[in-house]
Design a protein around this ligand. Structure first.
Ligand code: AHM
Ligand code: MG
Length: 337
């Protein structure tokens, strides 16, 4: 080599792993990868950065108003969840890599009609989860799951009515005291914190592995009176030994559970017969992440990723968390069967 060249290696000196760089590195490890998932994730990343910035301004610029209210320029002021939905939908369509979009905000699944813009991925998402916490400034989040469509020429309901075992990636972004993206593409779970000064997600939580048992249970005990015998038995039991935390934003409650261990539950009960949380864009992505981090996700009687939804907004009862904690819950269901 000429004297004027110096060989340089990655990781020499100051080196930050951005989310984009990490996704590209994953692609390089998969010889069959086309780069499509990288582009799709870039669109999701953009949506999360946009929402993170708007969540911060929400109280100031009247994003908390009702949909349809006008701002000083006479333009429509959209509620934050509607605005987030528009941003994610448009970014995903523009990526050219999506085929079907399922959003909590839209009654019907959207199929990208323009074949030139149509890719092979299905994205299911809750653009702004934790709606009841938006107006009081408590942490909220975006949840997403990614599937591959069987035949891009003929996308159908069959692509959506199938188990969570078909997920190829999932994640969430938490808009809290810091903004954190948690992502899995099927080989573990990594966390990236947004550095607002440079607008990049930087890896801060590599290879998240849940402790096999935690010390916190997280459930809305205001619903205790509606719980079935198994859920009551478990809650009675767990409160004897664990501390309770319940934000009421799934993303925040799961984020804490992922990092500290323990259990989060929103079971089906006599009021919400099928549970409250939606399978395609709340239960499945979270169950996938929890399993990828070594935890467990269960309805009480069935592994959550094995559920097959009946329709796109179908719901299920769900318990997620440290493996041993969820197994203890399942034992209560067995005992009460
Ligand atoms: P949302 O999609 O309307 O925001 O509802 C989902 C949220 C979850 O984030 C959270 O786990 C749950 O609803 C809280 O419900 P509750 O207020 O009944 O405890
Ligand atoms: Mg939601």
């Amino acid at each position: 080599m000429s004297n004027e060249f110096e060989s340089v290696q990655v990781g020499h000196g100051e080196d930050l792993m951005t989310l984009t760089r990490w996704v590209i590195a994953q692609q390089q490890h998969a010889p069959e990868a086309t780069g499509d998932l990288t582009l799709l994730l870039t669109a999701i990343q953009f949506g999360c950065k946009f929402v993170a910035s708007k969540v911060k301004q929400a109280g100031l610029i009247n994003l908390l108003g009702l949909t349809g209210a006008a701002n000083v320029q006479g333009e429509d002021v959209k509620k934050l969840d509607v605005l987030a939905n528009d941003i994610f939908r448009n970014a995903l369509i523009a990526s050219g890599k999506a085929c079907i979009l399922v959003s909590e905000e839209d009654e019907k699944a959207m199929v990208i009609q323009d074949h030139g813009q149509r890719g092979k991925y299905i994205v299911t998402f809750d653009p702004l989860d934790g709606s009841s916490n938006i107006d009081c400034g408590v942490s909220i989040g975006t949840i997403f799951g990614i599937f591959k469509v069987e035949d891009t020429e003929n996308p159908s309901m069959k692509d959506l009515i199938r188990s969570g075992r078909h997920l190829i990636a999932a994640g969430y972004c938490m808009y809290g005291s810091y903004c954190e993206m948690i992502l899995s593409v099927g080989n573990g779970v990594n966390g990236f914190t947004l550095d607002p000064a440079i607008g990049e997600f930087i890896m801060t939580h590599p290879n998240i592995v849940m402790p096999p048992r935690g010390k916190i249970y997280s459930v809305n005990e205001g619903n205790y009176k509606y719980f079935n015998e198994a859920s009551k038995k478990y809650v009675d039991q767990v409160k004897q030994k664990y501390s309770a935390r319940y934000v009421g934003s799934m993303v925040s409650d799961i984020h804490r559970t992922l990092l500290y261990g323990g259990i989060f539950g929103y079971p089906a009960d006599s009021k919400s017969k099928k549970g409250k949380l939606r399978i395609l864009y709340e239960v499945f992505p979270m169950a996938y992440l929890i399993e990828q981090a070594g935890g467990k996700a269960s309805t009480g009687t069935q592994n959550a990723l094995d559920i097959i939804p009946e329709h796109i907004h179908d719901r299920s009862g769900i318990w997620l968390g440290s493996k041993e904690d969820v197994e203890e819950l399942e034992a209560c269901y067995k005992a009460c069967a």
